[in-house]
Ligand binder design. Structure first.
Ligand code: HEM
Length: 291
């Protein structure tokens, strides 16, 4: 009787131990998954088109801009257009994003998803400078470097890189091109995109045509209020831009009409952490939750 009771109690203990172990394993797995979603965006966009850019003043140049800021990743993309010229196809842009041990790349795109997107990517050259390269997602596994009538010209005042972050300020000439995907609505808004990786380009970081892999740190659409981005200081600051960045010998001609048509709707089911918070003006990294 006693032995039967002991046996029963041992079995219960064993079952309960096994249950605790299984419970622990499940909890740890769930926790690991949860933590990894904070660090890596995976395949889901981390912003939605419902996040509008907001007024922002760049502290270095004093330029008034509109800016998208992803609170979860600290990826920022500011932009300004000339105050007087209503048909400008050029803008001043500023990408700010975190690096890990001095490595990573960031990108902005004319549309909100990958298909055929026209993209400007930037990354550290490893020697204190910043590389910039136009890509077009005609091949979504490896968007080729492209050339065309557009050009990127660095603005030294707002361009700085260190081990933890990069700021690239530039004049993007002839970049606002509907044939490359820009889709302005009647209010002057356009759904654009961004992407972020903490990995160095594959191969040589000083090669402007270096292959860039997936943007595992985050990506997604947002709505750029281009119509509200006119800035009195545009001309003065644009005048400080250096000469155009040369493309590599790998670059191919950009393909007009390559961008997909339906980037600016859906995504409401996506993780919208980047929707909720925007940093205060002038702050770059204040709302970072995951680094
Ligand atoms: C130079 C910049 C970029 C590079 C090198 C790049 C690279 C890639 C690669 C390699 C994939 C395929 C991943 C896979 O199949 O496992 C991918 C997917 C994706 N990318 Fe990008 N990307 C860039 C910019 C962007 C931008 C600006 C957006 C805008 C939001 C974007 C949105 C997406 C989306 C939605 C997917 C998944 C769906 C799809 O393949 O169409 N990417 N990207």
């Amino acid at each position: 009787m006693y032995f039967q009771q002991r046996k029963g109690s041992c079995q219960r203990q064993l079952i309960s131990n096994q249950f605790v172990k299984a419970y622990d394993i499940i909890s740890i797995t769930l926790l690991a998954c949860l933590l990894s979603t904070f660090t890596y965006a995976g395949d889901d966009a981390t912003s939605t088109a419902s996040q509008l850019s907001e007024p922002f003043v760049d502290q270095t140049t004093g330029l008034e801009m509109e800016r998208f800021f992803g609170a979860r990743t600290s990826f920022g993309f500011g932009f300004a257009l000339p105050a007087a010229n209503t048909t400008s196809t050029s803008f001043i842009g500023q990408m700010t994003f975190p690096l890990k041990a001095g490595l990573g790349w960031g990108a902005m795109g004319l549309t909100g998803d990958m298909e055929g997107n026209f993209i400007l990517a930037a990354w550290p050259d490893g020697k204190g400078g910043v590389m910039a390269s136009f890509r077009q997602a005609t091949d979504e596994d490896n968007p080729p470097e492209v050339t065309g009538s557009f050009a990127v010209r660095p603005i030294p005042d707002g361009t700085v890189v260190n081990a933890t972050s990069l700021s690239y300020t530039f004049l993007c000439e002839n970049c606002l091109d509907p044939t490359l995907g820009l889709s302005l609505d009647t209010t002057g808004n356009a759904v654009m995109g961004w992407a972020l990786s903490e990995k160095a380009p594959l191969g040589d970081a000083t090669d402007v045509g270096a292959r860039l892999d997936f943007h595992e740190r985050g990506f997604g659409p947002f709505t750029a209020r281009l119509g509200a981005a006119k800035s009195q200081k545009f001309d003065a600051i644009a005048a400080t831009a250096l000469g155009p960045v040369a493309a590599s010998s790998k670059a191919v001609a950009a393909v007009p009409g390559a961008a997909g048509g339906d980037s600016d709707d859906d995504d409401d089911d996506d993780d919208d952490d980047d929707d909720k918070e925007t940093s205060s003006e002038g702050g770059d990294d204040s709302d970072d939750e995951d680094d």
